[in-house]
Design a protein around this ligand. Structure first.
Ligand SMILES: Nc1ncnc2c1ncn2[C@@H]1O[C@H](COP(=O)(O)OP(=O)(O)O)[C@@H](O)[C@H]1O
Ligand SMILES: [Mg+2]
Length: 254
């Protein structure tokens, strides 16, 4: 489908209150089609809450989210996934007792025509093919028949991303995809995320500034629930207000 403008996701004045706390406060930004847009900020800035608002896990107190020009504010995650906005669930969405291949095949079942929904999984040629594609794309051939529960932490995180991509979304939402990973796994995952952009649009919520600066086309900075700045990675990094609020503290992340 061709869209007149290249904004894929538009967030406007998004706000959510938890009692007295305004965890996300009037946040607005646009994400461009095919680009990697990142949201960074110190711990407690409201990044995951913003992610949950966009992915439909929680409803905003006010403001809106539109995806491909359609208002999707407050839509449930499953309906968003059907519309092409998928999120990675941080491992909790994997079936540890199933193989890597079976995890991917189950996730790809959503691609089957609905009339086939009750067919045995084995007959689903489309899902089978998609699982094979993802195995190749993510370099999982050697692990395809290993149980997901036996993968390393880094491999599980990457499998999560592959699972999120199984239904061929237009946009992928990732919340700290390299959290808890070794340096080598972080590098590999970063390169993999970068390779996905282009056809796919990506929104990355991330605490690791080094990763964000290398990957992103556009960076949004949050502190205390509000947007502090946005722009190109280098401009954001050079912004004194951003340095004071973010890079100044926990400098090992900068
Ligand atoms: N469901 C909730 N109920 C109450 N407070 C919450 C809830 N979720 C997050 N918070 C609070 O909102 C603030 C932002 O949290 P979060 O979005 O997780 O920040 P980040 O991901 O940037 O570290 C924190 O002060 C957190 O304690
Ligand atoms: Mg978070």
């Amino acid at each position: 489908m061709i869209h007149a403008n290249d904004t894929v996701l538009s967030v406007r004045d998004l706000t959510v209150r938890f009692g007295a706390l305004t965890a996300v406060n009037q946040v607005s930004f646009d994400a461009r089609r095919g680009h990697i847009t990142s949201v960074i900020g110190p711990n407690g800035a409201g990044k995951s809450t913003l992610f949950n608002l966009i992915s439909g896990a929680i409803r905003p107190s006010s403001g809106s989210v539109s995806f491909n020009g359609v208002d999707v504010t407050g839509r449930a995650p499953q309906r968003l996934t059907k519309a092409g906005l998928a999120r990675s669930f941080q491992i909790t969405n994997l079936f540890f007792e199933l193989s890597v291949f079976e995890n991917l095949r189950l996730a790809a079942q959503a691609l089957e025509p609905s009339s086939r929904g009750l067919w045995p999984v084995r007959r689903s040629a489309i899902a089978l093919q998609r699982a094979e594609e993802l195995i190749a794309q993510f370099g999982l051939a050697a692990k395809a028949h290993e149980l997901a529960g036996y993968l390393s932490h880094g491999e599980q995180r990457r499998l999560e991303i592959a699972v999120a991509l199984a239904c061929k979304p237009a946009m992928l939402l990732l919340d700290e995809p390299t959290q808890g990973m070794s340096h080598a796994d972080t590098e590999e995952t970063g390169a993999m995320i970068k390779s996905l952009a282009g056809e796919l649009s990506i929104l990355l919520v991330e605490h690791d500034v080094g990763l964000v600066m290398n990957l992103s086309d556009h960076v949004v900075v949050m502190t205390q629930g509000a947007k502090l700045a946005e722009g190109l990675p280098a401009a954001v990094r050079a912004n004194p207000a951003v340095q004071a609020a973010y890079f100044g503290q926990g400098s090992h992340h900068a």
